[in-house]
Ligand binder design. Structure first.
Ligand code: NI
Length: 169
């Protein structure tokens, strides 16, 4: 297993649209293990392959308190969403230190392959529903700050670029 570097907004590679995983082989299983290790190490609750510069439809999630319930979604597709939507505070490992409100469906049903390549339907509500929608956005090249006002987004972009410059000094 390996820790993978996480791309940070406004890196243009975060806007790449991922392609479907063709086959759940050893390469994909290694990627799953690396994504999980990277997510746990960064203390995140979700990570999309896009965020480590791999542009295939694969996400890992763990919203459990004990950090022992990994969920792997390969080629996820939204099959149902509740009519109810709410604003939730979100953060992202690709936008460290930034938290803001995004409106999401309260409940979703998603079809996906699991880590063994078996087709499943995941019914999600609460934090899991928010996380699934956030991570699926990454696969479409969308970062949560894109839901915010242009003013806020530009302020975040400047802050991230400044932090990056300071890091490189
Ligand atoms: Ni994110």
């Amino acid at each position: 297993m390996a820790l993978l570097p996480i791309l940070c907004f406004p890196d243009p590679r975060l806007h790449t649209v991922a392609t479907p995983v063709a086959v759940v082989d050893v390469r994909i299983k290694t990627l799953i293990a690396d994504l999980l290790q990277t997510m746990y190490d960064a203390k995140g609750i979700g990570l999309a392959a896009t965020q480590v510069d791999v542009h295939e439809r694969l996400i890992v999630i763990d919203v459990s308190e004990e950090r022992d319930q990994p969920l792997v979604l390969i080629n996820p597709q939204l099959v149902w969403a509740s009519p109810e939507r709410h604003l939730n505070e979100e953060g992202c490992l690709s936008v460290p230190g930034i938290y803001d409100g995004v409106e999401r469906f309260d409940e979703v049903k998603v079809s996906a392959l699991d880590a063994d390549g078996v087709s499943r339907i995941i019914e999600a509500d609460g934090l899991l529903a928010v996380c699934v929608q956030h991570e699926m956005d990454h696969l479409m090249g969308k970062v949560f700050v894109e839901y915010l006002s242009p003013l806020k987004r530009n302020r975040i972009k400047k802050k991230m670029l400044k932090a990056l410059r300071e890091e490189q000094r």
